[in-house]
Design a protein around this ligand. Sequence first.
Ligand SMILES: [Zn+2]
Length: 432
Amino acid sequence: MVDSLIIKNVNILTMNSERQIIENGVVIVKDSTIEDVGGEELLEKYPSGNIIDGKNGILMPGMVNTHTHAAMVFFRSLGDDVQDRLKKYIFPLEKKMVDKSFVYFGSKYGIAEMLLGGVTTFVDMYFFEDEVAKAAKEMGIRAVLGETVVDFPSPDSKEPYGGLYYGERFIEKWKQEELIIPAIAPHAPYSNDTEHLQAASALAEKYKVPMMMHVAEMDYEVEKYRKEYDMTPVQYLDSIGVLKENFIAAHLVHVNDEDMDIIEKRNIGIAHNMGANSKGAKGVMPLKEMYRRKLKIGLGSDGPMSGNTLDILTQMPLVAKVHKLFNQDRSLFPASEIVEMATIGGARALNLQDKIGSIEPGKKADMVILETHSVNMQPIHDYYSVIVYSANPSNVDTVIVNGKVLVQNKCLTQIDFGELRNKISQWKPEIN
Ligand SMILES: [Zn+2]
C-alpha cells in the first residue's frame, strides 16, 4: 500500500460550495485522491504518512489555465506592441520555425512555468499537439490538449485542414491516458469554413472529447459574419450546430445579450484571457453579465506571445481591476469570486468540476501551497485578497498534481530547470 500524504499546518481555502476556509488545517491524500480534509484532529486519525509541513501557508486548489499555446514561449517578448500581429507576424513566424522539437521543448518550458506558478491543469491548442502531450505526460501536469485546425497549410500539415486528420489520430492515441484529455481545436471561425467546423464538431462528438476555439476575439471577425450572414460569430457558430456542452470558447470579447442567451442555453465553457485581451486592445468581455448568468467561466493566460506569462496568479488582479474600472464599481468581483474563476470555475468550463477545482474528499489531489513569509504576503486579513492582489508566482512553494508533489520549496522535483532553459536558448526567432 502506498503511504498517505499528510499536508499539515496550512490554511485551507477549500473552494467547496460553502467556500469553507479551515485555518491550521490538514489534508490527507491517498494515491491520486483527497481522502480527508479537516482540522488538526486528522493527525490522530491518520498517524502515518509522508508529511508536508505547509509552514502556515495557504493551501488552495490548483489553478486552471483554460487557454494557452504553451510552445509559443520562444516568441515571448517579440512584437508585443505591433498592430495586426496575428496575420502579419505570428502566422509567418510559425510557418518558418515550428517543428516537432520546437513544440516539444517549448511546451516543456511552458509547463515548467505553469507548475512553478501553481497551475495544475492547462488547456492547450497548437500544432504537433502530440509533442505537447508527450511533454505534459513527462512533467506530470493535467492537460486538455487540442490539435489546431486551419484553412491553410500548417507546420504539421501540407494540406489545409490537415489538423482534422492529425487530430483524429492524436485523440485515438491519447484517449486512455490518465492525466491527458485529447481534444480538437479549430483555430477560429474565420480561419475555418463551415464544412470543416462541422467535421471537427462531429469528431469531438464521435470520441466524446472537447472542442475548443478562439471565438469573437477580433473586430474583423465580427465584421465578416455581419456582412456575410448578418449574424455575430456566436450566432453563426450556433446556426451551424457546433456549440455544445463540450465546447470551450476562448475570448468571447464581442458578444451581445442574444449571444449570451445562446452561450447559456448551449452551456459552453468560457476561457477569459484578460491579459491578452487588454494588451491586444481587443475589448472588454461582458464578464459582469456572464457571471450573473452563472456561465462556466475560467481564466486563461493565452499564449506567451499574447499573455506573456503562463501562470494564473498574474491574471487574477487584472480581471478584478479591469472589470471594476470598466463598470466603475469597486465592489464588483470581490477577490473570492476571482479565486473561484481561477479554480472551480475553470474546472466547470472544462466539465471537470467533479474531479478537480476544489479541496474536498473524493476529488483528485491537485493543490498548491502559497508561502506567506515573503514580504508581499503579510499581513493577512483576507486570504482571497492576498491571493488576488498581493501574491505572485514566486510565492508558490508546493504544487501537487494527482497526488504527486511536482514542486517543492519553489523548485521542480522531476526535472533540472537549468538544463531545460539552456536547451531552449538555442532557438532564436528571426524576424523579417
Ligand atoms: Zn489563443
